[in-house]
Design a protein around this ligand. Structure first.
Ligand code: FES
Ligand code: FES
Length: 216
């Protein structure tokens, strides 16, 4: 036997040491003061999933999903509602815009489990190819898209924008904080500024929104 072999532990040595360590650990745990639930509340389970009901376009969907899944991914990957698009996935392009409880949000910035009981509307909920809703019809009529990738987000955002204007919610460019809010080109451009169109269809998008608002 050379000197190297003499310091190399055998397989049996490793098992003996492992068993001894486990026994010490068990003894240490048993000798610790027992925890009572009355002191510290119920046991905390390391949950990584939740079961929630998402109401999308009027239809409830029961889902068990990882707590980290965004609303965007829940819509696209779990419910197969692929109208809502993923552009940047971090709140900078607006392609993922949906309406939640009447307000537009970036669905890539929101966790799905936060929306149990909310009323969620996606582009699919505003019309169909055969019977487009007023904003969808306006985008077609005004030729307000080119590749179309940003269009579902633009349509949802536009619907949300007109609701905000109707409700009198002022924006950065509203002349008066107390007076009525007009659907002016400046108002619409400002409020739609979070929705990027790489094809640059902005002027026709504005025309479409104005035509629905009754401003033109
Ligand atoms: S994908 Fe959500 S803002 Fe771009
Ligand atoms: S129509 Fe192509 S990105 Fe807007």
């Amino acid at each position: 036997m050379n000197s190297e072999d003499s310091i190399k532990p055998s397989r049996r040595d490793v098992m003996v040491v492992g068993a001894a360590s486990s026994a010490l650990l068990v003894n240490a745990c048993q000798s610790a003061t027992p925890t009572t639930y009355a002191e510290e509340g119920p046991p905390v389970v390391n949950e990584t999933t939740s079961t929630v009901t998402l109401e999308v376009n009027g239809t409830p969907h029961r889902l068990t999903i990882d707590n980290r899944v965004t609303l965007l991914d829940a819509l696209r990957e779990h419910l197969r509602l692929t109208g809502t698009k993923k552009g940047c996935d971090h709140g900078q392009c607006g392609a993922c815009t949906v309406i939640v409880n009447g307000r537009r949000i970036n669905s890539c910035l929101s966790l799905a489990v936060m929306h149990a009981g909310d009323e969620i509307k996606t582009v699919e909920g505003f019309g169909t190819p055969d019977a487009p809703g007023p904003m969808q019809a306006a985008f077609i009529r005004e030729d307000a898209y080119q590749c179309g990738y940003c269009t579902p987000g633009q349509i949802c955002a536009a619907i949300g924008v007109l609701e905000e204007i109707r409700a009198g919610v002022p924006s950065h460019v509203t002349p008066s904080l107390t007076g009525p809010v007009e659907a002016s080109p400046e108002e619409i451009r400002e409020r739609m500024s979070g929705n990027i169109c790489r094809c640059g269809a902005y002027s026709n998008i504005l025309s479409a929104i104005q035509s629905v608002s009754g401003a033109v």
